[in-house]
Design a binder for this molecule. Structure first.
Ligand code: ADP
Length: 375
């Protein structure tokens, strides 16, 4: 038994060009092609003409501490300290293949490789030792969650890099790898591997004493190569990927089984309402229940960690928090990457992401190696 705090990293992305793509806060509610090709169809004001151009960067970093400045009050700054802080805002260049690399060797730009080395390798190592491991991406829409988790083109993110390494390990450690992938929409679990045959009402989430919460009937596919996993992951919607590892150590007659949860959360702005009638209505629906509950669970667990009396942790209030119960305050080693836009216009969202991440950092888990005698 060991007590592990949730490890938290923040990452700030470069200024962006295709603005309406990332300013649109409900990108997975609507049919994306309609939104992308006809931005005027959306209910939002038209996007600025040149993306972030004209915005000011209000974020700065020194080692693992990050400072954000209120654009309306030059004296008002807030600093936060995390386990890792990644500067991906400037100091980069793109090579011929489109890969983002530091402008000069050893420069300050954090590329996908350096993020993987710090976060991804640890997650994989934990899972191979038999601990459950969880990697969560949290942040405003357009702040770089998908970039960090999945990546675009040659800039492969944490999940594909982790899979590359996992199957590279196979020769000496022979884990069996089983892949599943789901989306939570309107509090219903949608199996992303069985899209042809959707279960009306979604799949059921059940609970077992030993196993905790799990999705009944979720399709699980055995995998033996990274390209196979990448092919399965063609969906870009927010999702939960579960990699189950099974390792048999024949000499010791021991089997280790562990899960890696890879979670690309919906945009954090969906948790709050801007106060309009339409937003208030939406707030009452189940669409953002999972994210709101996740915030409540994180706050309660942060209170527990500082010794406050907490009667009840509301895991059962949403599907997402049920499925992440072991990742939050339970049997898992957990890493959160909080992504930020550098722009002044995103100040409120970025500050709220930093506060959320600060609370997550206090959560303590009790991870154990999941091993049993081989049958
Ligand atoms: P989200 O998943 O949070 O909605 P994305 O990951 O799609 O946001 O990022 C929005 C845009 O910013 C994309 O065009 C992506 O390529 C770019 N981007 C995000 N993070 C980085 C980064 N660290 N380096 C370079 N480009 C990035």
């Amino acid at each position: 038994h060991s007590k592990d705090c949730v490890k938290v990293a923040v990452r700030v992305r470069p200024f962006n060009k295709d603005s309406h793509f990332f300013l649109f806060p409900f990108k997975s509610y609507l049919n994306p092609p309609i939104v992308w090709f006809c931005p005027s169809l959306t209910l939002l004001p038209p996007p600025p003409e040149r993306g972030d151009a004209g915005s000011r960067c209000i974020v700065s970093m020194v080692t693992s501490s990050i400072t954000i400045q209120d654009p309306r009050e030059s004296q008002s700054r807030r600093s936060f300290c995390f386990d890792y802080a990644y500067w991906s805002h400037s100091g980069f260049t793109r090579d011929r293949g489109g890969l983002y690399v530091p402008e000069e060797p050893g420069g300050r730009y954090s590329d996908q490789d350096s993020v993987f080395q710090d976060l991804g390798e640890g997650v994989l190592e934990n899972a191979l030792q038999g601990y459950n491991a969880t990697l969560l991406a949290y942040g405003q829409t357009g702040s770089g969650k998908s970039y960090s988790m999945v990546g675009y083109g040659p800039n492969k993110g944490l999940v594909p890099k982790l899979c590359d390494r996992l199957f590279h390990h196979r020769e000496n450690r022979t884990p069996g790898v089983f892949f599943s992938m789901l989306e939570i929409y309107n509090e219903q679990v949608v199996d992303l591997l069985s899209r042809g045959s959707r279960t009306p009402g979604g799949l059921r989430v059940r609970e077992e004493q030993q196993r905790g919460f799990y999705v009944e009937g979720l399709r699980t596919v055995p995998c033996d190569s990274a390209p196979q996993v990448e092919q399965l992951m063609d969906s870009r919607s927010h999702m939960l990927i579960i990699l189950q590892l099974k390792q048999i150590f024949s000499k010791e007659s021991i089997t280790k089984q562990s899960n890696i949860n890879l979670v690309d959360l919906a945009g954090s702005e969906r948790q709050r309402s801007s106060g309009s009638e339409a937003d208030r209505l939406k707030e009452g629906t189940a669409i953002n229940l999972s994210l709101t509950t996740l915030g409540n669970v994180i706050s309660s667990l942060a209170d527990v960690a500082v010794g406050k009396k907490v009667v009840h942790i509301p895991y059962r209030d949403s599907v997402l928090t049920k499925l992440l119960q072991s990742a939050l305050g339970g049997n898992s080693r957990t890493v959160m990457i909080a992504t930020l836009s550098p722009a002044d216009i995103c100040y409120e969202e970025s500050l709220s992401t930093l506060r959320y991440a600060e609370r997550a950092k206090r959560i303590q888990n009790r991870a154990v190696v999941n091993e049993s005698p081989t049958e």
